[in-house]
Design a protein around this ligand. Structure first.
Ligand code: NAI
Length: 338
């Protein structure tokens, strides 16, 4: 039995992501939780002829009516192997991801409490922004309950990697499906650090191209927010990216495939898997996105940054103070609610 859970399943990301998970044949049970509409989304997806059994859950109604369903979050999370979280509000034009903190921090903290209680061993994939802070929030809540495992909590930065493949190949002419660019750091503006010097297959860009591509990868999300003109941020490309990362986790942890490497924003405290080495290289930050090798227990190895160019070193220097502030903000929110 492999149960996948989507928290925030009725939203712009949640619906297409749930669809893609329903199509993933490793998943045998798919539980959809949201504060609205999740039973409808579940009924719809349940007609697709793939193995996963789909169920939808809501929180109990506020009026405490007799026909209140059982605690939806508990039922959704119980026996979960993998929990993906796209719950929360998206950006509108002019907003940064950090502007979402006020609303999303509380949502993520409450969902993490449910995970700590009902599915403490699950792999947790955090999509809700600001990822730089929501991942520390989840970790702190799990720590409070004594169930934090740094090898099992991931900030999903895959959309940055997907965008990097698309944007770089539009300049080089390469097949975007075959291009891999490690994108490290965090998941907002200048904390997104594409390592174009490590692009595979190798390609030599001019300095002008490097600067334009870096800027576009860092602020690619703004293109979508602007084009949607108030109707939200990336949903469809995010769903594909989230499903790709979820599939990598399932392939490693369920099918036992080895050698899967995906960048992801993780806690660097797991020294046994190389966290300390990366931590030393990034001024002692507690969280950072680096190339992560996945294994049957989640994070198998946090790869070092490798050789990076002078330009990339400067990007890293600019990212560190912002990441530090974002991480502290998440940690303080759980410690004292501020
Ligand atoms: P949306 O507003 O369309 O959907 C969010 C869903 O969360 C809604 O269905 C809402 O009812 C639900 N929700 C709210 N509070 C909840 C709670 N307490 N429990 C369960 N569900 C709850 O937003 P969208 O576009 O799907 O974006 C979701 C999040 O993903 C946003 O924070 C956005 O910034 C983030 N995002 C992250 C990206 C990444 O690369 N990591 C990329 C794009 C968006």
């Amino acid at each position: 039995m492999v149960k996948a859970v989507v928290l925030g399943a009725a939203g712009g990301i949640g619906q297409p992501l749930s669809l893609l998970l329903k199509l993933n044949e490793v998943v045998t049970e798919l539980a959809l939780y949201d504060i609205v509409n999740s039973p409808g989304v579940a009924a719809d997806l349940s007609h697709i002829n793939t193995p996963a059994k789909v169920t939808g859950y809501l929180p109990p109604p506020k009026d405490g009516s007799k026909n209140a369903p059982n605690d939806g979050l508990k039922n959704a999370l119980t026996n979960a192997h993998l929990v993906v979280i796209p719950a929360g509000v998206p950006r509108k034009p002019g907003m940064t991801r950090d502007d979402l903190f006020k609303i999303n921090a509380g949502i993520v903290r409450d969902l993490a409490t449910g995970i700590a209680q009902y599915s403490p061993d699950a792999y947790v994939l955090v999509i809700s922004n600001p990822v730089n802070s929501t991942v520390p929030i989840i970790a702190e809540v799990l720590k409070k309950h004594g169930v934090f495992n740094p090898k099992r909590v991931f900030g999903v930065t895959t959309l940055d990697i997907v965008r990097a493949s698309t944007f770089t190949s539009s300049v080089s002419g390469a097949d975007p499906r075959k291009v891999r660019v490690p994108v490290v750091g965090g998941h907002s503006g200048v904390t997104i650090i594409p390592l174009l010097s490590q692009i595979s297959p190798p390609h030599s860009y001019t300095q002008d191209e490097i600067e334009l591509l870096t800027q576009r990868i860092q602020f690619g999300g703004d293109e979508v927010v602007k084009a949607k003109d108030g109707a939200g941020s990336a949903t469809l490309s995010m769903a594909q990216a989230g499903a790709r990362f979820a599939s990598s986790i399932l392939n490693a942890t369920v099918k036992g495939e080895s050698g899967i490497i995906e960048p992801s924003y993780v806690c660097l405290d797991a020294d046994s898997v190389g966290g300390k080495q990366v931590k030393n290289a990034v001024n002692e930050l507690d969280y950072f996105s680096s190339n992560i090798e996945l294994g049957k227990n989640g994070v198998e190895k946090i790869h070092p940054l490798g050789n990076i160019s002078e330009y990339e070193k400067n990007l890293l220097e600019a990212a560190i103070p912002e990441l530090k502030a974002n991480i502290s903000k998440g940690i303080s929110f759980v410690a004292d609610g501020s």
